[in-house]
Design a protein around this ligand. Structure first.
Ligand code: ADP
Ligand code: MG
Length: 239
């Protein structure tokens, strides 16, 4: 029990007649990199929204270290160490990179000067130090993904959730971000939950993989077990 950091317990999310998540149970275990995969519309981003507090589940509970946080708001959860990126990146386009990241640090209570230091340090870590004074609007797609990563890290997360940070990147950018994520994980000791379409990246990064399909857990296990599972292959290729 003590190695479970966060969990969703019997979670349902309904959007009108649609069950985006159906009786979903999920555990995030201490120190792990958890990959979440599944076809489009499977409920992956909805699951992140529920864990991060962006949407309230229709029923069910979210626990953080055993404590019920189902009714805590997103900003409260950020201060508890739950951090996420958005599938559609949303930086403050007219602001500089350093301010984009500093704003996230300020939000968790860092003082101004410290927030700026944190931001400069993180931009260095994600390879954007030379653009710290540029506006976010000047960045290419891959750079925006790295900025998003720096913003998510600025809250010094316990649980970091990345929603398709590799989408739209070219192969060399993917290799860079995989290496970046790997080194960030090694350095932080945080839990990392990764939604990713790029299965090769999931395979190389994840300790455990959960496959969602139509709002339910279809499979849960090591990358080798899960990607060799006929019902998983069918969910991707079939019907
Ligand atoms: P995934 O991230 O796995 O592609 P999502 O969690 O984004 O899937 O969506 C799951 C299902 O819920 C989809 O059918 C999607 O259209 C629907 N959905 C997601 N968010 C909303 C919303 N805010 N309102 C209505 N339907 C939604
Ligand atoms: Mg999604």
């Amino acid at each position: 029990m003590s190695d479970i950091v966060m969990s969703a317990v019997d979670v349902n999310v309904r959007f009108g007649g649609l069950r985006a998540l159906a009786d979903l149970d999920l555990e995030i275990r201490s120190g792990e990199v958890l990959g979440i995969v599944g076809p489009n519309g499977a409920g992956k981003s909805t699951l992140f929204n529920v864990l991060a507090g962006a949407i309230r589940p229709t029923s069910g509970r979210v626990l953080l270290q055993g404590r019920d946080i189902t009714s805590s708001r997103a900003d409260q959860r950020a201060r508890m160490g739950i951090s996420r990126t958005f599938q559609t990146v949303r930086p403050f386009l007219d602001e500089t990179l350093v301010r984009n990241v500093a704003v996230a640090a300020l939000a968790v209570g860092d003082g101004r000067a410290h927030a700026m230091d944190v931001a400069v340090d993180l931009l260095e870590q994600v390879g954007l130090a030379d653009k710290a004074a540029a506006r976010a609007s000047e960045l290419g797609h891959g750079e925006r993904k790295r900025l998003e990563l720096a913003r998510a890290l600025a809250v010094r997360p316990r649980v970091l959730m990345l929603d398709e940070v590799m989408a739209g990147l070219n192969p060399s950018e993917v290799r860079e971000i995989v290496e970046l994520i790997r080194s960030l994980c090694a350095a932080s000791g945080s839990e990392l939950v990764l939604i990713e379409h790029l299965l090769s990246a999931v395979r190389s990064l994840a300790d455990r993989v959960v496959v969602l399909d139509a709002g339910r857990v279809l499979a849960d296990g090591t990358p080798d077990d899960v990607f060799g599972d006929p019902k998983v292959i069918e969910a991707y290729l079939g019907t």
